[in-house]
Design a protein around this ligand. Structure first.
Ligand SMILES: C[S@@+](CC[C@H](N)C(=O)[O-])C[C@H]1O[C@@H](n2cnc3c(N)ncnc32)[C@H](O)[C@@H]1O
Length: 316
């Protein structure tokens, strides 16, 4: 007998039992455990396991471990065209039988119980979910994940990059990053920190005379920088020159505050910025579609409140 003939007879033997057809029908589009199958088919575990073994040995069912149990599912098209045709023919007949329809109803209730177990878990954990989430995955992964919304092919300029905090966050998500800073110490710290990235370029330079050609950047960021500058509007105009029409700018800085000691302690020139002032600077520099948000203060933060404002460079 030819191999092909033997195979089809083997497949027919696998399907020549109503329990095995019921199992295949149940496992067609989903993974179930032996105890799920016992509950749906109302059969003892030994019967279900025996038939699963026959189907598994002949390649009709596959399984994988899931903690202490195994999940089973039908192999589907993996078994070849003739087996698939044979199953489609058998399945059409099986579907009409009364036991198949009862299986289907009981399957619905097994699946509903499974869904409600997960719902019960969330109902019971309630506020506890936050600490479990932090324990499992850390408290800030979602912020990094949101960076994946950035267009991946972008060129981003971080202007006044300091030690490279912003660049480190963005580097996995964008094509090229250019960091500019006038402090040699900051550039040295940033280059040590960002050594592992090959898409980052650090350039010493002034924010009012950026070492970046015209219309190169898809996005410019100025984070906690403007309050150090005598003329913040000149830095925004310079960022605009380096940004492509249609590109964006993001500024994060302090809202107006009264911490006069920051002038002495940290060389602040401005005690924060009002929304009106920043929006005027942006508009004068050729940016529109401004979106200004006062950031929710972090519980551990001791400094003044911050704002974030983003805007789009006008196309002219
Ligand atoms: C407060 S730090 C913020 C650094 C970084 N953006 C961050 O969020 O951590 C301000 C940075 O701006 C840089 N800076 C200040 N004035 C500058 C200027 N005129 N040109 C270029 N960089 C300047 C400083 O060297 C410093 O690294």
């Amino acid at each position: 007998m030819q191999l092909k003939e033997r195979q089809i007879l083997d497949h027919m033997a696998a399907l020549s039992d109503p329990y095995r057809c019921r199992l295949l029908f149940l496992l067609e589009d989903r993974e179930l455990t032996v105890s799920d199958l016992c509950a749906v088919m109302q059969l003892p575990q030994s019967t279900v396991s025996r038939h699963l073994k026959t189907l598994g040995d002949r390649g009709w069912v596959e399984s994988r471990p899931d903690g202490p149990r195994r999940l089973y599912r039908a192999t589907g098209d993996g078994l070849g065209e003739s087996a698939q045709k044979l199953w489609e023919l058998t399945r059409d007949e099986v579907l009409e039988t009364s036991w198949c329809q009862s299986d289907r109803r009981r399957l619905e209730s097994v699946l509903a119980r499974r869904r409600s177990r997960s719902q019960e878990f969330f109902d019971a954990s309630g506020a506890g979910w936050d600490s479990l989430r932090d324990d499992l995955f850390g408290s800030t992964f979602h912020l990094a994940a949101l960076m994946a919304l950035m267009p991946g092919a972008s060129v981003v300029g971080d202007l006044g990059c300091g030690t490279g905090t912003v660049i480190e966050t963005l580097a996995p998500f964008v094509r090229t990053l250019i960091g500019v800073d006038s402090s040699d110490a900051m550039i040295a710290a940033a280059s040590a920190r960002l050594r592992r990235f090959d898409n980052v370029e650090l350039r010493p330079g002034e924010l009012t005379a950026l070492p970046i050609d015209d219309a190169v950047l898809d996005m410019a960021t100025l984070m906690l920088v403007l309050h150090h500058l005598e003329c913040p509007e000149a830095a925004i105009a310079e960022a605009s020159r380096a940004t492509k029409p249609g590109g964006r700018i993001l500024i994060v800085d302090m809202l107006p505050h009264d911490r006069a000691e920051y002038r002495q302690e940290m060389g602040h020139v401005w005690m924060g910025f009002s929304r009106e002032k920043i929006e005027r600077y942006l508009s004068d520099a050729g940016f529109g579609e401004t979106h200004f948000v006062a950031l929710p203060p972090a519980p551990e933060a001791k400094g003044p409140e911050l704002f974030a404002v983003s805007a789009k460079k006008r196309e002219k």
